[in-house]
Design a protein around this ligand. Structure first.
Ligand SMILES: *Cc1c(COP(=O)(O)O)cnc(C)c1O
Length: 232
């Protein structure tokens, strides 16, 4: 099942790239493995997957320990400041920064590890869709303020669009975020480090790719439906 799902996902990303006149290499597929057992991640790894997305600190720690070290782990879920220290040296990118307090904590922890942490700013484009994320008009001032952190590098923007029956309904959201992304890129405050636009999930990633996503986060479409009832 995993193999077929990956093949189909890949084909659909390729088709969306083609429709948009984009190169396939411009889009990174993040396999969102939250709630899934290590055995399943290992199976995906053996099929060539190297980029995994998780939304819980404890789960990243366990899976990080159990799986090969050439995996790129992406923290895509809401992150509490007191847990930053557990993942700062394990994740490639934190997608979900939406408060200065969190950015400050990441700065402190990254400095301790003598490294630079790459982050995305989470934007709540569709206001009511998510309880997390910056408002659109907060993004630029927030971005400018993060320049005071020598160990934090803002690489781009992320959004979680609402679940909709028809993915076309999310197209304006993706287009809005892309516009904001281009605005920030053009500011070029930090010498071109802004190059990531993380948007699109199982239900709407093709539309997101057509609107300029450089990372899509796909869980169900690769690993199948999640069973939350088995979690305590
Ligand atoms: C769970 C999750 C995804 C993947 O959702 P699917 O609909 O299963 O593809 C993507 N992004 C975030 C932030 C998530 O929490």
């Amino acid at each position: 099942m995993l193999k077929e799902n990956l093949t189909e996902t890949e084909a659909r990303i390729q088709a969306a790239c083609k429709r948009a006149g984009r190169d396939r290499s411009a889009v990174t597929l993040i396999a969102v493995s939250k709630t899934k057992p290590i055995s399943m991640l290992k199976e995906a790894y053996d099929l060539g997957v190297r980029v995994f997305g998780e939304n819980k600190v404890q789960e990243i720690r366990e899976k990080y320990e159990a799986l090969p070290k050439d995996i790129e782990w992406h923290m895509i879920g809401h992150l509490q400041t007191n847990k930053v220290k557990y993942i700062i040296d394990k994740v490639k990118l934190i997608h979900s920064v939406d408060s200065m307090r969190l950015a400050e904590t990441i700065e402190k922890e990254a400095e301790k590890h003598n490294r630079t942490a790459d982050i995305l700013l989470e934007v709540n484009v569709a206001q009511e869709a998510s309880k997390f994320g910056l408002k659109t008009d907060e993004v630029l001032p927030f971005y400018e303020e993060t320049m005071k952190f020598p160990h934090v590098r803002v690489r781009g923007l992320m959004t979680i669009a609402p679940f909709v029956e028809n993915p076309e309904n999310n197209r304006p959201i993706f287009a809005d975020l892309h516009k904001l992304y281009v605005d920030i890129k053009e500011k070029n405050i930090d010498n071109g480090t802004v190059s990531i636009l993380s948007m699109g999930m199982t239900n709407d990633y093709e539309v997101a790719v057509e609107e300029g996503a450089t990372m899509v986060r796909i869980g169900t479409g690769i690993f199948g439906a999640r069973d939350y009832s088995r979690q305590g």
